[in-house]
Design a protein around this ligand. Structure first.
Ligand SMILES: [Zn+2]
Length: 685
């Protein structure tokens, strides 16, 4: 009785309070009849955030004044709720009905305290209003690093008003941890996987009951793959929202085998692509996992751009487009953003029952390691399975890859590519409903050019339209081969940025450093950077089908990312290989008086690690990283090398036991018979 009296009082105030505050926050739910894609695009421009489009009706959120704007533009919007919180007011008013931001933090913390051997709470980044974005890592020995385990990402609340999404992610974390001791299947999945649960990607929106973040941006339009500046995300480019930079930085530590974003507002399970209605190269596998998910969550499944609406810059397209993660899924859990309390447990239980078989299924296919054949050092590598779609990638730190294959029975031809190494092709037979292990030991080749490794950023409104277009951005990775990715845009100049790889930036040497290949002559500009979120330095403009550029023009010693702006058909970006000792420091027969040198390449402060160029004198030398107290952190090299050999060494920010080091000052020291050299670097995580 007491509670319902209190609730009535709240509800009485509700209308007045919600009506006068924040009138320009889009919380009005409307349904609008639409005749086709052009009208949907118009609604988007008029400020409607779409939840779904079906049977000629679009439903979404708009501001109160936006309802009039739609009418003025000739639409006939039907208001379902003037404020979506009217549907189930208790959800937004009663503390504890849904987890608030603070309650979510406490819940995640209590999991890590109850299960320290398998759960560890990490802060992935901070929102605009400085709220931590939490990631709960669930795996055996969660602070001791990862060794060859497939990585998963389960998240919620990209949209801050879709409350049930965060609850489902949290419920999954609770399920995995609390059943670890007593359920052998859960135990095996936790032992053998690396699961990241991020229940509140958008904590500011969650606290304010808004779809967007605190400046009104739909952050699930801010990922770099087919970014198109829709729904309020930041110009001048993608990853402008700090919440998405946090998600991207987690992803860049190693691709996912499968990811699941929880949403609400309709009921459906969705997979890539969102930016185009053309099927993805791995669509057979996506459909297969959609079918399995649908067995446990039977609401239908399909491709985002076909079955929901076209989405630019969404998370799923980025995970697949940039990382080759075939099972990049989103599930719409309920027609209500905040279903009533009585439904929460049932909805979450259903997702748990579907996620477990999804994880089991995605462990089928191909697993393996890619390493240097001599040193056995893990390599950042790209793998292509012939006739089986998109490239997949190794974890840059541990060298393991995991590719879900469906249909899986048969013999496959697999090629591994790593900059600075000869590619290697192997054959493997993968049985149905199982996995095969295939390792690659690659031979270093100092003469092979570095090429584009992956594509983290592309802006082009041209979408694949014929089967030959399906490889899309894959066409501009690797060496030039006459296959081009044609860019165009309806309103701005299109652009694309290639990542040359985490340890193989373009290096500035004497003369030109890299070459841009097009399949048809065109004019364009080129920029480069080591930090996607920092300044892009100009390298000049190009024309024709092949032109070389010098990083000196940009004032850079090295550059991990190269961006090309123009209506071009990009075939490849190729950089000269790491400097050979001969060219950098001419070696004269019989003369061994080469002075040792140590040069830091890349940014300082650094975020992930360091790239160092060492020129070595004859004889034994040793290169290692030390912390500020002089303790050895990581041995990078100790060997006898020919005089004058100049080599690039990369330190990935982990110590000799495989643990990530904390932020701070570190020294790289080169010790040689001719003297020692030191460079100081600051690591800011
Ligand atoms: Zn959503």
């Amino acid at each position: 009785m007491r509670q319902s009296w209190w609730l009535c009082l709240c509800l009485a105030f509700l209308g007045a309070a919600w009506a006068c505050a924040e009138t320009e926050v889009p919380r009005t739910v409307v349904e609008v009849s639409v005749s086709g894609p052009e009208q949907i695009a118009t609604l988007d421009r008029l400020g409607l955030s779409l939840d779904w489009v079906k049977n000629g009706v679009a439903r979404g959120l708009i501001t109160k004044s936006g309802v009039e704007t739609l009418r003025a533009a000739g639409f006939d919007p039907k208001v379902i709720y003037w404020d979506f919180r009217e549907e189930n007011p208790e959800a937004w008013l009663i503390p504890g009905y849904y987890h608030s931001y603070a309650a979510m933090g406490a819940a995640l913390d209590s999991i890590q305290r109850a299960y320290p051997a398998i759960a560890h709470l990490d802060t992935l980044g901070f929102s605009i209003q400085n709220r931590a974005i939490w990631g709960l890592r669930i795996t055996l020995n969660p602070t001791g690093g990862k060794r060859g385990k497939p990585k998963y990402n389960i998240n919620g609340d990209h949209h801050g008003n879709e409350l049930i999404g965060g609850e489902a992610a949290l419920a999954y974390a609770k399920y995995l941890t609390s059943n670890y001791a007593g359920n052998s299947l859960v135990r095996r999945l936790v032992d053998e996987s690396d699961v990241w649960v991020v229940p509140m990607v958008n904590p500011d929106g969650r606290e304010a009951n808004t779809r967007g973040n605190s400046r009104g941006a739909d952050i699930n339009r801010d990922y770099g793959y087919e970014w198109n500046n829709t729904e309020g995300v930041s110009e001048p480019g993608p990853f402008g929202e700090p919440e998405i930079r946090a998600m991207r930085n987690l992803f860049m530590k190693g691709p996912y085998v499968a990811s699941m974003d929880f949403h609400s507002g309709t009921m459906y399970t969705l997979y890539v692509w969102g930016f185009t209605t053309m099927a993805a190269m791995d669509s057979a596998g996506m459909r297969r996992v959609g079918q399995i998910y649908n067995t446990y969550f039977p609401v239908g499944y399909g491709q985002i751009a076909r079955d929901l609406y076209q989405v630019w810059g969404g998370s799923t397209d980025y995970y697949y487009g940039c990382g080759g993660d075939i099972i990049s899924f989103a599930a719409e859990l309920s027609n209500s953003y905040a279903p009533p309390a009585s439904a929460i447990d049932t909805i979450c239980a259903r997702q748990i029952s579907a996620l477990i078989p999804m994880m089991q299924e995605t462990r089928k296919g191909l697993w393996g390691m890619v390493r240097d054949s001599i040193t056995h050092q893990a390599l950042p590598a790209r793998l292509v399975v012939a006739n089986h779609g998109w490239s997949c990638y190794t974890d840059p730190e541990y060298g393991d890859y995991h590719k879900y294959l469906y249909p899986s029975a048969g013999t496959d031809t697999v090629t591994a590519y790593a900059n600075g190494y000869d590619p290697k092709t192997l054959q493997v037979t993968v049985g149905a409903d199982t996995f095969a292990q295939l390792n690659f030991d690659l031979r270093a080749n100092a003469a092979s050019n570095y090429t584009g490794f992956t594509c983290p950023i592309i802006r082009s409104t041209r979408t694949p339209s014929v089967p030959a277009d399906l490889p899309w951005t894959q066409k501009c990775l690797g060496i030039h081969d006459g296959q081009g990715l044609a860019l165009s845009h309806s309103s701005v100049t299109p652009y694309i940025a290639l990542d040359m790889g985490p340890t193989t930036p373009v290096i500035n040497r004497t003369g030109n450093d890299f070459t841009v290949y097009l399949t048809a002559a065109a004019s364009y500009t080129v920029q480069a950077t080591n930090n996607m979120d920092g300044t892009w330095a100009n390298c000049g403009s190009g024309s024709g089908t092949q032109q070389s550029f010098d990083l000196t023009t940009a004032g850079l010693d090295s550059a991990r990312y190269v961006r090309i702006t123009g209506t071009v058909s990009l075939d490849a970006v190729e950089a000269l290989p790491r400097p050979s000792g001969v060219e950098e420091s001419p070696r004269v027969e019989g003369q061994v008086s080469v002075a040792p040198s140590l040069v830091l390449l890349g940014p300082n402060p650094a975020k992930e690690g360091l790239v160092i160029k060492a020129t070595l004198p004859a004889g034994w030398s040793r290169l290692a990283v030390y912390d500020i107290t002089g303790h050895l952190v990581k041995m990078l090299n100790q060997a006898t090398l020919p005089a004058g050999s100049s080599q690039i060494f990369a330190w990935n920010g982990v110590d000799d036991s495989g643990r990530k080091v904390t932020s701070g000052t570190y020294f790289a020291r080169l010790e040689t018979p001719q003297g020692n050299r030191l460079v100081r670097v600051v690591l800011l995580r």
